[in-house]
Design a protein around this ligand. Structure first.
Ligand SMILES: C[S@@+](CC[C@H](N)C(=O)[O-])C[C@H]1O[C@@H](n2cnc3c(N)ncnc32)[C@H](O)[C@@H]1O
Length: 223
């Protein structure tokens, strides 16, 4: 199989097609728009979840109505706000991150959007935070978007905590097609490749990857 690894997003839609969809898909809220603007002016802004993927999360959450959710990797809060704003008011989202500067931006926007009371942010390595949570299934939704080298560890720690009808969503599983480039042996690429293979081999779950943005893999317990 050959792929053009010179492009950063080899699976992007043609510009005209993307523009057509962007004009017709629901626009992000004013608070999400503000986060887009802030990210656009940051050197690390590319870490923000893509706009379509954010709306996709909102639509899923709107229909699932999860009461307990956990996010690994919050940054400036784009995905967390997309999730929390669509949760029921009684819902609770636990956000895991290690960076207080970036998550301060998230906190401001959660406050402005009126969802701060649904969110708890813990600043500590996510594996520690996860392991402090009850070990039995209690989570309706999990979203993973942090350090790639821990993806398998997050999966192993969170799967037992996911309710029978819960959903785990993992971002960046296409990794700009670098997973296909066996000459790419960087830590993150090796980790994403290993994660995808690990999930594929796990008969206890059902998974499907939505080729949106950098790849969103949806995982449930198998039936
Ligand atoms: C790709 S960004 C998350 C983007 C975010 N989901 C959004 O939509 O804007 C990754 C985040 O993971 C955090 N992170 C990296 N290693 C971590 C760790 N071991 N534990 C918790 N958070 C971590 C970083 O501080 C960063 O904010």
């Amino acid at each position: 199989m050959s792929a053009d690894f010179t492009q950063t997003k080899p699976f992007s839609l043609p510009v005209e097609m993307q523009a057509y969809l962007t004009e017709r898909n629901s626009p992000p809220s004013e608070h999400l728009q503000s986060l887009r603007q802030i990210a656009a002016e940051m050197p690390q802004g590319g870490m923000r979840l893509g706009t379509e993927a954010g709306t996709f999360l909102s639509v899923l959450v709107q229909t699932m109505q999860p009461t307990r959710a956990l996010e690994v990797g919050t940054f400036i809060g784009y995905s967390s706000l997309s999730i929390a704003a669509a949760m029921p008011p009684s819902g609770r989202l636990l956000c895991c991150d290690v960076n207080d500067t970036w998550t301060a931006v998230a906190r401001e926007h959660w406050q402005a959007a009126g969802v701060a009371d649904r969110i708890e942010l813990v600043l500590a390595p996510a594996l520690e935070t996860i392991n402090d949570q009850p070990s039995e299934p209690h989570l309706d939704l999990v979203f993973i978007d942090a350090d790639k080298t821990n993806y398998i560890n997050y999966y192993d720690a969170l799967l037992p905590r996911l309710k029978p009808n819960g959903m785990m969503i993992v971002d960046n599983t296409m990794w700009s097609a670098h997973v296909l480039d066996l000459d790419d042996t960087s830590d993150d690429t090796v980790a994403i490749r290993a994660f995808n293979d690990y999930v594929a081999a796990d008969q206890s779950t059902t998974n499907v990857t939505v080729p949106m943005g950098d790849g969103l893999t949806l995982i449930t317990h198998a039936r």
